[in-house]
Design a protein around this ligand. Structure first.
Ligand code: NAP
Length: 252
């Protein structure tokens, strides 16, 4: 009988926040987690914390805006493991702080896109050969309800009045990447899905991590739950090209 492969999961931006909570839970469920982080010290600290909890974890230096680092990360995974089972594109930033679109600098918009969209594309392209080697495989793109054009254009939605051109359009682009990659990779045994964590108490967008948690802001374990659910589907599950959150399906 062929030996079953360990589920090997790379998570970008996994040194803290939703990425770390996702790594912790997937590790507890038996996955071997690769902690992608741009900051080596924080990444290695996260790996130590996971290992101390009995989780199989390793550090991968990964600034998603640094093509040389992405290439080196793929080479390291290839040399050490030879495959990848799950890629969770979680690294993300929001730099525009609700400035009116008419005043928002394109330099700021570009910063959002460099990490949230181009970084995600570069990492995905670099990891596809490893995911093919590990197939059936999954790509999970951490998107946002803020990137839903359906919600943003619905006067009955609480997102109708939200104004964050850089962040919102970068996450809408992430969703488009999900749709396009899901179709390209369907015949390769690789599923691609977008997930919205929802408004979550992390340091996201510069929020002090020890600040009081406002009403409606959810705990990080709840923010990570739908990503964990999608990453825990059986490896041969064929769900692809979806955009979901804890409550169900979201409009693109
Ligand atoms: N929190 C929310 O309310 C919320 C809602 C909807 C969607 N999301 C999405 O959820 C994801 C995780 O956010 P979070 O709430 O966990 O925020 P977070 O605590 O700020 O974590 C973001 C992670 O992304 C990393 N990152 C930023 N730029 C990077 C780069 N160039 N290369 C690699 N990693 C980079 C950060 O690394 P450093 O430690 O080096 O900064 C950090 O590890 C993001 O994609 C975000 O858009 C969050």
């Amino acid at each position: 009988m062929a030996e079953e492969k360990t589920t090997l999961t790379l998570i970008s931006g996994a040194d803290k926040g939703i990425g770390f909570a996702t790594a912790q839970e997937l590790g507890k469920r038996g996955q071997h987690v690769l902690i992608g982080a741009r900051n080596q010290e924080r990444g290695e600290k996260a790996v130590k914390q996971l290992k101390d909890g009995g989780i199989k974890a390793d550090f991968i230096q990964l600034d998603v805006t640094d093509k040389a680092q992405i290439k080196a990360a793929a080479a390291k995974i290839k040399a050490e493991y030879g495959y990848l089972s799950i890629l969770i594109n979680n690294a993300g930033i929001a730099m525009d702080h609700h400035q009116p679109a008419s005043e928002l600098s394109t330099d700021t918009i570009r910063q959002d896109f460099d990490v949230n969209y181009f970084g995600l594309i570069d990492v995905t392209q670099a990891m596809v050969p490893l995911l093919k080697a590990g197939r059936p495989a999954k790509i999970i793109n951490v998107s946002s309800n803020m990137g839903s054009m359906g919600l943003a254009s619905d006067p009955n939605s609480r997102f109708y009045k939200v104004n964050s051109l850089g962040y919102q359009s970068s996450k809408a682009s992430v969703n488009f990447a999900t749709i396009i990659f899901s179709k390209e990779l369907a015949d390769e045994g690789i599923t691609v899905n977008s997930v919205n964590p929802g408004w979550t108490a992390t340091g996201f967008g510069g929020r002090p991590e020890d600040a009081p948690v406002p009403t409606g802001m959810q705990d990080v374990a709840i923010g990570a739950a739908q990503i964990i659910k999608m990453a825990s589907l059986p490896m041969d599950d064929t769900t692809t090209g979806t955009f979901t959150e804890n409550a169900g399906t979201l409009p693109w």
